[in-house]
Design a protein around this ligand. Structure first.
Ligand code: 5GP
Length: 143
């Protein structure tokens, strides 16, 4: 398989450039994390490298290590923020793998026994509700 080249007009590239708003929970030199607008559960966060890549197949090891560090921080924070019983860390690579936005990102989703995930890219969430969730995650990251 030859993957297409990175397209800097994808929606996450626009968010990274500040052209489109997002509800951010974390930002450092190499990575950013914000709320998914079509969450599969309360507290669904996306973690991205700032550098350009499509997915796990073309990201540099260096960028992937930074993403991994942030994924662990966010996973611990969402579990703490929502008093969750578990967590999912999910990556969809290329269309055949379910990917819909072609800037590398990892989904971090708090989980509870017996509560199934909503569909991937299902309904839009209310942005005030997402901001309340983000504030809880930011507070959990801070202590
Ligand atoms: P993928 O299918 O590429 O793994 O996931 C893309 C994710 O991005 C989906 O879960 C979708 O809900 C989310 N998403 C799509 N457009 C936007 C957007 O404009 N802002 C945010 N915050 N999330 C988005």
């Amino acid at each position: 398989m030859t993957a297409p080249a990175y397209d800097d007009q994808n929606i996450f590239a626009k968010i990274l450039r500040g052209e489109i708003p997002s509800i951010k929970v974390y930002d450092d030199e190499h990575t950013i994390a914000f709320m998914d607008v079509m969450p599969q559960a309360e507290g669904h966060v996306l973690v991205l490298p700032k550098a350009a890549s499509r997915n796990i197949l073309d990201i540099s090891t260096h960028d992937l290590l930074h993403v991994s560090e942030t994924v662990q921080k966010i996973a611990r924070a969402v579990v703490k923020a929502f008093d969750a019983e578990g967590v999912n860390v999910i990556h969809y690579g290329e269309p055949a793998g379910g990917q819909t936005v072609f800037h590398t990102h990892v989904h971090v989703i708090p989980r509870f026994e017996g509560i199934p995930l909503k569909p991937h890219t299902g309904g839009m969430a209310d942005s005030d509700a997402l901001q309340v969730q983000a504030d809880k995650i930011i507070a959990a990251l801070g202590n």
